[in-house]
Design a protein around this ligand. Sequence first.
Ligand SMILES: NC(=O)c1ccc[n+]([C@@H]2O[C@H](COP(=O)([O-])OP(=O)(O)OC[C@H]3O[C@@H](n4cnc5c(N)ncnc54)[C@H](OP(=O)(O)O)[C@@H]3O)[C@@H](O)[C@H]2O)c1
Length: 270
Amino acid sequence: MLSLEGKVALITGFGQSEPEGWGIGSAIAVLFARQGAKIFGGNRTLASAELTKSRIEAEGGICDIMVGDVTDSASMKALVDACFSKYGKIDILVNNVGHSEPGCPATMPEDVWDKQMNVNVKAVYLSCRYVLPIMEKQETGGSIISIASIAGLRYIGKPQVGYSAAKAAILQFTKATAIIYASKGVRLNTVVPGLIATPYSNAMAKRYAPDWKLDEYLAMRNAQVPMGRMGDAWDVANSALFLASDEAKYITGQKIVVDGGITSSTGRPF
Ligand SMILES: NC(=O)c1ccc[n+]([C@@H]2O[C@H](COP(=O)([O-])OP(=O)(O)OC[C@H]3O[C@@H](n4cnc5c(N)ncnc54)[C@H](OP(=O)(O)O)[C@@H]3O)[C@@H](O)[C@H]2O)c1
């Protein structure tokens, strides 16, 4: 079950923003390698990609890394070309990069809005632009998984209008592209994390609640979840694994929400 033996997985946002703990991209990469995939990782900086590579190789997995900025077309083409020229195929693409900046339309400067669109949604377009022509020629097709956010489904308590709009766009981009490619053997789906405890969420605390102590901020996030706690990177990685695997071969254009119940609740006690 859920074997990725013989498959090649290209993953963007391969590192994690802080060395401690587990980022989502790093957990996905390690889990996919454990299931037998050969991993090709792209990241803005090589330093944080090295961490994930060393985790994979410590368990005997196979991993290459290179610089790949998801907002830069030439950089993404070079990343895809490098993976394809090494293995002659790409079975799985994971679009993991995402970044949130605070603001509503009146307070978010235009350049920040543009960067939010680029890093969150144009990034998915660019990687698909280069990977889809490869996958559609493969007899076994391919599986593309993009990491969205419940901020693309709901207002989640803080103004981050660029991030919310971009993550919602990923959901519709995925549905529309999934239909276009359904008859070509390429599946596209999203994993939609809720509040997940990662190095990224610690960094967010500094941006969104600079006056709070980190443990108070994390306790507040735990209390927002019907299950009483944030998820972790493995909760997201396990869903990505299912969507990447042949067990999900009849699933396309869908999302798996991994949120401990948040989006099924009004958030108010009665
Ligand atoms: N954590 C949560 O609570 C949560 C909730 C919902 C959704 N998500 C989503 O989950 C995804 C991953 O989160 P994560 O915890 O793995 O994040 P992360 O720890 O910030 O890791 C993402 C990696 O992406 C890299 N990166 C940033 N900008 C890049 C660019 N332009 N091109 C290439 N790489 C770039 C970073 O590189 P550097 O190391 O060089 O900075 C970092 O290593 C994101 O899409 C996020 O929006 C997270």
